[in-house]
Structures are given as C-alpha cells and as structure tokens.
Design a protein around this ligand. Structure first.
Ligand code: PRP
Ligand code: URA
Length: 209
C-alpha cells in the first residue's frame, strides 16, 4: 500500500489558511498556490538520488553530493494543476512538463479526459502529478492510469488538500503511488466537494464561475 505524507510545515499551514479564505481573490490565490507548491516540492523530492563528486574549492577538495542525473517530470492535471507548475519549475528547472486534461462531470462526478501530452521519455523520469484537490479521487486515478498506459512508472501525487475518500480510492487503484498532501480534510459533501476545503480550485485560480 502506498504511503500518505501529510506535510505540516508551519509555512505551508499558514499559506493554506489564506488559500482557504473565501475573501482571498484570484491574484493572491494564484500566488499562494504556487508558493505552497514550491514548499511542498522540497518534501516530495526529498528522496532524489545523489552521487558523490569532488569539487575544488579555493582551499582544497570537497566531497560533495549532486543529483544523480535522474530526470524529473511534472504533470499537472488541467486546469487547476497548472497553478502549481511555475514555482516547481523554478526549483527543478531541468524538469519536463506533461499535461493531462481531465475534468469532473458535475452530475456523475466521473472524470472526463480531453487532453494528454507527455514527454516521450516518461519511463525514465521520476514523475510528480500535481493538482490542488483530491476529492473523490476520480481525476487523479484517471490521470495516473493515462501515465502508466504510456510507460510512466515512478509516480508521486502531490495535492494541497485531500479528502479521506480520495486518498482511499487512489491507494486502492494505484497502490504504488505515494500521496503528498498539505491537509487531510473531513469529508466530501453531496456534490463531491471537499469540506471545508477551499471551494472550486480552478474557478478560484482563473476567476471563472
Ligand atoms: C478539480 C480538481 C481536480 C478534481 C478533483 O478539477 O482540480 O482535478 O476536481 O476532484 P475528484 O478527485 O473528485 O476527481 P475540475 O474537475 O473542477 O476541473 P478544472 O480543474 O478544469 O476546474
Ligand atoms: N474540485 C475542486 O476544485 N474542489 C473540490 O472541493 C472538489 C473538487
């Protein structure tokens, strides 16, 4: 069974409070989502493989650790996952970005796939799927299956807020995929929204309604 990593760093908790606030408008919301993704990315990349190299300093030779050349892919689930990409690219500039378009049918709550463009070498990359919300889990499960069908193997899922129902569904569908989240909320409401959550992440990011 995959692991669930609840990332409770004080900076993340503070930003999460502002993100959830109904008074936070799209500009600030976008900035906060991106900043929080950056902070979470530190934790998600904690196990990246290192290799030892020798570096000549002005005073001698230092044994140093550098990233062992393993490649990383960041895969946002459109639309809302886009809000987490920019800061992660600043942290990991060599990462390639793949896009998967999935939206949730508001009546059936089933995921509808409409776009997929992934780096050709995803089978060689450590992949981080990003989306602010893990609600029923349908969108993440479908996106991860897309990636696996195209050869992706080492996959992590990074979300800002998860519902217990979504965590369980992803763990059952993809027991090899660890989940990283900034919060685990109480439950889903009758429309599949996370309570207390933050509302509709895509609408709050892009000012749509
Ligand atoms: C939201 C969110 C997730 C999905 C979570 O996207 O960004 O992708 O819902 O719900 P689930 O776990 O029940 O599938 P939405 O369908 O609103 O699409 P959008 O990002 O285009 O607004
Ligand atoms: N999608 C969102 O944007 N928010 C939720 O609470 C659930 C699904």
């Amino acid at each position: 069974m995959s692991k669930v990593h609840l990332i409770e760093h004080p900076l993340i908790q503070h930003k999460m409070a502002l993100i959830r606030d109904i008074e936070t408008g799209p500009k600030e919301f976008r900035e906060l989502v991106d900043e929080t993704a950056l902070l979470m990315a530190y934790e998600v990349t904690r196990d990246i493989a290192l290799e030892e190299i020798e570096i000549e300093t002005p005073m001698g030779v230092a044994k140093c650790q550098t990233i062992a050349g393993k490649k990383i892919g960041i895969i946002p689930i459109l639309r809302a996952g886009l809000g987490m990409v920019n800061s992660m690219l600043e942290l990991i500039p060599a990462a390639k970005v793949g896009h998967i378009g999935v939206y949730r049918d508001p009546k059936t709550l089933q995921p509808v796939e409409y776009y997929c463009k992934l780096p050709p070498d995803i089978n060689e990359r450590d992949l981080i799927v990003v989306d602010p919300m893990l609600a029923t889990g349908g969108s993440a499960i479908a996106a991860i299956q897309f990636i696996k069908d195209r050869g992706g193997k080492n996959i992590k899922l990074m979300v800002l807020i998860a519902a217990p129902e979504g965590i369980q569904a992803v763990q059952e569908a993809h027991p090899d995929v660890d989940i990283f989240t900034g919060a685990i909320d109480e439950r889903l409401d009758e429309n599949g929204y996370i309570v207390p959550g933050l509302g509709d992440a895509g609408d709050r990011l892009f000012g749509t309604k």
